[in-house]
Design a protein around this ligand. Structure first.
Ligand code: CA
Length: 229
């Protein structure tokens, strides 16, 4: 299936390689080589996925993402330099869904993109809404509500919450969650899951420091609970 993908990267050689690989998979690929152009393109083209470099002229990828997240839940795969260990976490914190470290294999990038665009098969659109005492999670509308009020989640946050809520009371490992939500085999970085759980908690928990809806099970993973109001 063809999707619209925007690649924002100022290094022409990387940009061209990524573009070629994604086009090979049948996607329509748009490109931008600086931050402001990338943000404008993201808003105008409404792509299905954005590959976003952090180091960009004009406006860096983190700032671009911060601004974009004000009104977009598009899937964002961030590119980071190997030396910038903290950039990965910052990127996830401001709203990236995943990241790849440079130098990366374009094949790996294409595989991740394919997996993520195929995703959603876990959440059958005609599945009845999951209704709990405090939360309602509607896969068809892709909408969650807490105590009757809508919760603003990104696409991946919604899928992660939905994956957990489909099995209330059951512990799901980070590995299982990566497979179900990101759609690809476990590749070693569990922090991706932890950062996203942290973001969901800020949106749904009364006290994110003492969560009652998504509980951490040490050494095992996460468990969805249905506490009384
Ligand atoms: Ca760059």
């Amino acid at each position: 299936m063809s999707h619209k993908i925007l690649v924002v990267e100022d290094e022409s050689s990387i940009l061209q390689t990524v573009q070629a690989y994604l086009q090979q998979d049948g996607h329509t690929v748009y490109t931008a080589q600086d931050g402001p152009t990338g943000l404008k393109a993201a808003r105008a083209l409404r792509p299905d996925l954005i590959v976003l470099d952090i180091m960009l002229p004009g406006m860096d990828g983190l700032e671009l993402l911060r601004q974009l997240r004000q009104d977009s839940d598009v899937y964002v795969l961030m590119l980071t330099a190997r030396s910038d260990e903290s950039d990965k976490i910052v990127g996830l914190t401001v709203g990236a869904d995943d990241y790849l470290t440079k130098p990366f294999s374009p094949r790996e990038l294409a595989a991740r993109v394919k997996a993520i665009l195929r995703r959603g098969r876990g959440a059958d659109d005609r599945e009845p809404a999951l209704v709990f005492r405090r939360l309602r999670i509607d896969a068809e509308a892709r909408q969650a509500a807490k105590d009757g009020l809508p919760v603003d989640l990104t696409a991946i946050e919604f899928d992660l919450l939905h994956a957990l809520a489909r099995h209330p009371g059951r512990v799901l490992s980070r590995e299982q969650l990566i497979e179900q939500v990101w759609g690809y085999d476990y590749y070693g970085d569990e922090r991706v899951v932890d950062v996203h759980i942290g973001r969901i908690r800020k949106k749904i928990e009364d006290n994110p420091e003492a969560p009652t809806l998504i509980v951490t099970v040490r050494g095992a993973g996460y468990r969805f609970e249905d506490p009384p109001q």
